[in-house]
Design a protein around this ligand. Structure first.
Ligand SMILES: [Zn+2]
Length: 205
């Protein structure tokens, strides 16, 4: 954390309040400390694929599709505030079974990670868990509970589950299926972020 980029957390929450983000989950809004407020500005613009003026992937328009995608078990996505241009990229996925190397879809828990480095396929830092729709910062989180990416995720996930995301908040997948992470090639699948095979799984997994 470099000093020139640290900012008192109260200033951060004032900045969030100016964006209309006032309903941060307790006890996050009462915490004090410093944080690397601008760290996320250095992350790559993951949602921009190729031509920056013409993103190939549209933002989710349908709340139910967005929720299904984010809960599909292996989803990587970028959230963007159209008001401020701030963005964060997250991965929300089931844990990997060490024995098989496959995702353990029966575990009842998903791990949340944030993109914290230049490689948007690898550089994710774990910070929390999702159980029964509820997000909590993990005890073994690699990010501070008051890091902007963690605070933004807590707010995002609560708004997602309550289906009250503001229109100014855009969410993009990264061209890969939210369930199996394979590249999406069928145009109809790109809107929902779920590939045709995964979309027809009758067990939901
Ligand atoms: Zn898939």
């Amino acid at each position: 954390m470099t000093t020139q980029k640290t900012l008192h957390i109260r200033a951060y929450f004032r900045a969030l309040a100016r964006e209309g983000v006032t309903d941060l989950p307790n006890p996050l809004h009462k915490r004090t400390g410093t944080m690397d407020y601008f760290a996320h500005l250095e992350t790559p613009r993951a949602a921009d694929t190729g031509n920056a003026s013409e993103p190939a992937i549209p933002a989710f328009e349908n709340a139910a599709e967005l929720s299904a995608f984010c809960n599909a078990g292996n989803a990587t996505f970028t959230i963007v505030s159209e008001k401020t241009g701030k963005r964060f990229t997250y991965r929300v996925a089931f844990p990997t079974d060490r024995a098989t190397g496959k995702l353990d879809r029966s575990s009842g828990i998903m791990f949340a990670s944030a993109l914290t480095g230049p490689d948007n396929t690898k550089n994710y830092s774990y910070f929390g868990n999702i159980r029964r729709d509820r997000f909590e910062v993990g005890r073994k989180s690699k990010l501070a509970a008051d890091a902007p990416s963690v605070v933004a995720f807590a707010w995002f996930w609560q708004a997602l589950t309550q289906q009250r995301l503001p229109p100014s908040l855009k969410v993009y997948h990264m061209g890969r299926c939210g369930r199996c992470n394979r590249p999406l090639t069928v145009p109809e699948s790109i809107k929902a972020g779920i590939g045709p095979e995964c979309a027809t799984r009758s067990d939901g997994f």
